[in-house]
Design a protein around this ligand. Structure first.
Ligand code: SF4
Ligand code: SF4
Length: 305
């Protein structure tokens, strides 16, 4: 398989707000931050390892605006596609947005992703998101709004705001990890989705690398997604571990529903899970993980369509 190397880059876990649904933080979290020279050296190493895209995420990156601008410039120098994921706290007025967006654009940022949801907007005025998006349009910076939703009607007015203002957005399912673990889960009715997942590795400020940026560090019973720490491995070695892992390959190619079916889950049970919940069921259970590892070792064809 031809892999394009890309990663989420957690420069700091610090955030200026505390969303009830945050997957990046539990209630008792202590923010950590990478040292800037270390982050620069890692990006140099990533460039040498042929990493083609870096997404600055985890916490609110633009709290450290000057550091992020410097890292984005470095990405540009190496020809790496760069994205920043932000809650838009800095765009209280159109004028304030018009100060930051050109700086990001001139530094070479490829795309700004604005986080938006009823949980984010309990702390950040939705006008901020509008100001930031309009400023992106004005200065020619690619952007999109990540509209996190639990698909309940409570989100309709939030979605309508985006439509009324003709903003570019994509719905993104709420993940029931981190602080959202305690949320009540409404039923989602679909047919039998394959639940393929692209995955996206994550490097944390502590230099741990996970194969999945969304819930990678939350699979605490098996540490299934943990690849290793940069103190013990090179970037290239960590990517090779990620690329050569047979089960990660199956998550991307045959999908979680087929993997679940192959170890005996009934279709009537599989359809009750959201994608990441099914992933958790399969890979955060020592028994299921053992069964799957045995299956791929003994007969890969058993799991192949
Ligand atoms: S979801 Fe994003 S904006 Fe909200 S607390 Fe977590 S890191 Fe901060
Ligand atoms: S399905 Fe699994 S690999 Fe994909 S985002 Fe969810 S937890 Fe991560």
């Amino acid at each position: 398989m031809n892999h394009i190397r890309k990663t989420a880059f957690g420069y700091s876990t610090q955030c200026n707000i505390k969303c009830d649904h945050c997957v990046a933080a539990e209630d008792d979290y202590h923010p950590v931050k990478m040292a800037l020279p270390r982050a620069r050296a890692i990006i140099d190493e990533m460039a040498a390892a042929n990493v083609k895209a870096i997404s600055f995420t985890a916490g609110e990156p633009l709290i450290f605006l000057n550091d992020i601008l410097s890292l984005v410039r470095l990405c540009k120098k190496h020809g790496i596609y760069s994205r920043v994921v932000s809650n838009g706290f800095w765009a209280k007025t159109p004028e304030q947005a018009d100060k930051i967006i050109p700086e990001l654009k001139i530094s070479g940022l490829s795309q700004l992703r604005l986080s938006y949801s009823r949980w984010h907007q309990a702390h950040i005025n939705r006008e901020n998101i509008l100001n930031a998006a309009v400023s992106c349009q004005k200065f020619g910076l690619d952007y999109f709004i990540s509209f996190v939703t639990d698909f309940s009607n409570a989100d309709d007015t939030f979605e309508q705001f985006l439509k009324d203002n003709r903003l570019k957005y994509f719905p993104e399912p709420l993940l029931y990890f981190g602080r959202a673990k305690k949320f009540n889960r409404s039923h989602v009715f679909t047919d039998y989705p394959p639940h393929l997942c692209d995955m996206n590795p994550l490097l944390t400020p502590e230099l741990d690398m996970y194969a999945c940026c969304d819930a990678g560090s939350c699979f605490d019973k098996t540490d299934f997604f943990f690849l290793g720490n940069l103190k013990n491995y090179t970037i290239n070695e960590l990517f090779e571990k990620y690329e050569q892992h047979p089960l990660f390959g199956l998550i991307k190619t045959i999908g979680l529903s087929n993997i679940a079916s192959s170890i005996g889950l009934n279709a009537s049970e599989i359809v009750k899970y959201r994608k990441c919940e099914l992933c958790e069921k399969l890979f955060n259970s020592p028994e299921n993980l053992k069964a799957l590892e045995t299956a791929v070792k003994s007969d890969l064809g058993f799991l192949r369509r």
